[in-house]
Write a new protein. Structure first.
Length: 289
């Protein structure tokens, strides 16, 4: 409120309201729209800004704030977050869509989307990240449908879940997509072949070898255009928000890259640095590098 003399502040009640406001502001030619919230709130605003030149500013105040962490935007510190916005440095990052809905950080089909589907807003407010863990325990006992991923150049993979990254981080500070960049015009996909507790065990086995994609039951792919299909419908999430169910998900690049107010020299968290060092070390001792 102390800074409200320099901008107009709106309180939104739904993602649709945030999206529609951002659409209006971009159409009116506003140079910057700032979103205060978590990844879901940011995604709603990005939906309104997609295809425009209006820049996105970020004040991280949600449960996970993965996108802010990816760009090095300070979270838990309002003053430092405002310093980034007021510095005026704009970074252009890749923006992708699934079934015409944009996402700036991540998307998922299968397991992670089922977890989000099972996690209520009330439980997130009460338990924070723990709410996702409780939902994950429940989902691990279910049998998901088989899905097929086909890239535009004809590569195919079958599995039970697909994680899609437009950056390295997933679910907080975990650098799940260790080869990903949000400026390489490519999505990184992890296709998981096993479900249930094998899903968890194989993921940890991959991490121990230097990366989830090194697990025997996980395939890594990169593409700017692919499609996922199944005989049964599957849940879809974008930037940690439940999108719905479908038996087809079409991923492609958005019309225009996203302009974001970000630090010129982003700070990498100590956790992310530690994980990267651990992965580099495990790959080195196994002769993989």
């Amino acid at each position: 409120m102390e800074r409200a003399t320099r901008f107009v502040m709106y309180a939104t009640n739904t993602p649709e309201e945030a999206r529609d406001l951002a659409t209006k502001f971009a159409a009116d030619g506003e140079p910057v729209v700032v979103a205060a919230g978590g990844d879901g709130t940011l995604n709603a605003v990005v939906q309104g800004l997609s295809g425009t030149t209006t820049a996105l500013g970020v004040i991280p105040s949600g449960t996970m704030n993965v996108f802010a962490r990816e760009l090095g935007i300070p979270y838990g510190n309002l003053d430092k977050a405002f310093e980034v916005i007021e510095s005026g440095y704009i970074r252009e990052i890749d923006l992708f869509e699934v079934n015409h809905v944009p996402f700036m950080q991540m998307a998922g089909i299968g397991f992670d989307a089922m977890v989000i589907e099972e996690t209520t807003w009330e439980s997130k407010k009460m338990l924070g990240p723990l709410a996702y863990l409780l939902a994950a325990v429940k989902v691990l006992g279910e049998k998901p449908p088989t899905i097929e991923l086909v890239t535009s150049d004809g590569r195919r993979e079958e599995g039970v879940a697909v994680f899609v990254g437009n950056g390295a981080l997933y679910g907080g500070q975990l650098p799940l997509f260790r080869k990903a960049s949000n400026q390489d015009q490519m999505m990184d996909m992890l296709v998981f072949k096993e479900s249930g507790y094998r899903f968890v065990l194989d993921s940890f086995a991959g991490l121990a070898r230097g990366g989830v994609d090194l697990a025997d039951s996980v395939a890594h792919m990169q593409s700017d255009d692919f499609i996922v299909t199944s005989e049964s419908d599957f849940p879809i999430q974008v930037d940690g928000e439940y999108l719905g169910r479908s038996n087809e998900a079409i991923f492609r690049a958005a019309e225009r890259r996203l302009r974001v107010l970000a630090p010129e020299q982003p700070m990498v968290s100590r956790f992310s640095e530690a994980m990267k060092s651990f992965w580099d070390w495990t790959r080195k001792i196994q002769g993989l590098e």
